[in-house]
Design a protein around this ligand. Structure first.
Ligand SMILES: Cc1cc2nc3c(=O)[nH]c(=O)nc-3n(C[C@H](O)[C@H](O)[C@H](O)COP(=O)(O)O)c2cc1C
Length: 258
């Protein structure tokens, strides 16, 4: 092992924090590392909004599917996929006039641009996670920022070609958090393939989920749920928050694309 692998392997999501501020120097180091993340075409198709206003943190704790620890995090960063800056720059650079002159349509940000910007944004976010971890600062992604688009748009003044892809909350972990067992991952044979994609069959699933199935059968209240797949379908995939996330993302796409 080396130090980098050590940092990656020791990371876990942290949802309870010491009441200890992150110093300006450490924050600056994390910012610098984050902005060194690889970025498509060296365009930096993202923006980061640091949330320092406690009232906004309190609001996010509610709008992001009621997760109170968001309000208690010493550092909160909103990661936006952002084509607005580049599109504004194209306009400011006279691209409209250029297109008129060449008698071609001026292209606006479309699906591919959005996905590329999302890639950039998540790569920057994960770079921030690892940089923070190297200072002993824990973090947690909040995917629920993709919900409640109308509220978040208003709250952060989001223009058309931005997309709130994730929120990251950071803080020094409490002692209890550092003693939590690590979450397990699926065996790599179900995730890593060679040359071609491999669809899994019933036998594979049995093996892949056997440990989670065992964990689940230890739980008491199964309420007519037969297995882990059914439980996850109800608890995650078809939950109110997933349905709201899809509605909200459709509203964002509507704005980007129409
Ligand atoms: C895209 C994304 C969204 C997530 N959203 C949330 C969230 O809203 N709330 C939360 O407590 N954890 C969230 N997590 C953290 C995951 O639950 C966590 O990474 C997973 O359970 C594995 O645990 P570990 O990070 O401790 O290894 C999110 C993680 C990712 C990558």
């Amino acid at each position: 092992m080396n130090q980098t692998i050590d940092v990656v392997m020791k990371r876990r999501s942290v949802r309870a924090y010491e009441q200890k501020e992150i110093s300006a120097e450490v924050k600056a180091e994390i910012r610098k590392a984050t902005l060194r993340a690889p970025t498509a075409g060296n365009m930096m198709l993202y923006s980061i909004v640091e949330v320092t206003d406690q009232k906004i943190k309190d609001r996010l704790a509610l709008t992001c599917d009621n997760q109170p620890f968001i309000a208690r995090a010493p550092m909160v960063w909103l990661f936006l996929a952002d084509y607005q800056r580049w599109f504004d720059y194209f306009i400011a650079s006279g691209v409209e006039e250029l297109c008129k002159q060449k008698q071609v349509r001026m292209r606006k940000p479309e699906e591919g641009d959005l996905f590329l910007a999302c890639c950039d944004t998540l790569i920057a976010a994960q770079t921030a996670v690892i940089a923070a971890e190297s200072f002993g600062i824990g973090s947690c992604y909040i995917g629920d920022i993709m919900e409640q688009y109308e509220i978040h748009k208003e709250l952060f003044g989001l223009p058309r070609y931005t997309f709130p892809i994730c929120l990251l909350v950071f803080g020094y972990p409490t002692l209890e958090q550092t003693h939590r067992p690590y979450t397990k991952r699926f065996d790599e044979k179900f995730i890593l393939f060679e040359n071609r994609y491999r669809r899994l069959d019933q036998q594979n699933f049995k093996e892949m989920f056997s440990e989670r199935e065992k964990q689940m059968s230890k739980g008491k209240n199964r309420e007519g749920i037969a297995n882990y797949g059914q439980a996850m379908y109800l608890r995650k995939f078809n939950s109110d928050f997933s349905v709201e996330m899809s509605r909200s993302v459709r509203a964002i796409l509507e704005q980007w694309l129409n």
